[in-house]
Design a protein around this ligand. Sequence first.
Ligand code: ZN
Length: 261
Amino acid sequence: MGSQNQSCGTLPCSGSTSNTSVVTSVGGYTIKYGGTSGPNDYSIVSTRFNNDLLSTCSSWVANLAYYASTYRGTGLSWIGHIGTEAHNRCSWHQHCKAWDLNHIRFSNGTYLDFVRPSESWNSSSRAERRLYWAIDASLQRYFNATIDAPSDPTDHDNHIHVDKSCGSVAAPYHPWLSYSDDTKFIQYLCNDFNSAGIDTDGYWGNDTQAAWTSLLSALDMSCINPLTSAASWKTFLGYIMRHGLANRSAGYWDYICSEVQ
Ligand SMILES: [Zn+2]
């Protein structure tokens, strides 16, 4: 995000396999294709990645594995996806420069499936929603172009798209009283980690400002400003990962401004 949840640049309309590699794992973790018929409908399929995308994906998965081991108490087992390469529309998928993820399987058998039982981001289970935000946050630490379910409920309700077209990670876009996908994401975080109970309409107004201030306070993070600094935004997202992976309310782990100032 940081760029309105969309890909950037002139989207390629014809395929290219230059600077690509065909792999069955990313960062040492097996990737499995499928999921359309349920969380056990995955199989290992060789997948072509642009090498630059693959490098960033490897860094992402290593970071997620570390957070999972540390804060969920279980490592990563494999990553489910529905591919990189596509040739049916103008997209970074034409160059294998985009990846569509739909399942995270942990070593202890627990998982987040974006496809089933249904819409994990909008699940009746708060634990499942928190886990979705944790994975979403983990991707946003590495990709400025992410398209998640809240930003595009029609076409991305069953997977999260990432690509590198928008450049390096930026602070979130949160215009006052104008729509932003980043604002919507933050509103969900305020509700699911700090019981804010605000509208998730994507418009930053007084209610969102108050909920955001309360969330930062709960995390003891008021001394940094994740809205204006990419580094602070990534720090904040790391705390969302911790709490989401462990199913905790904001403040179980504190940034503790008094110790870092
Ligand atoms: Zn995609």
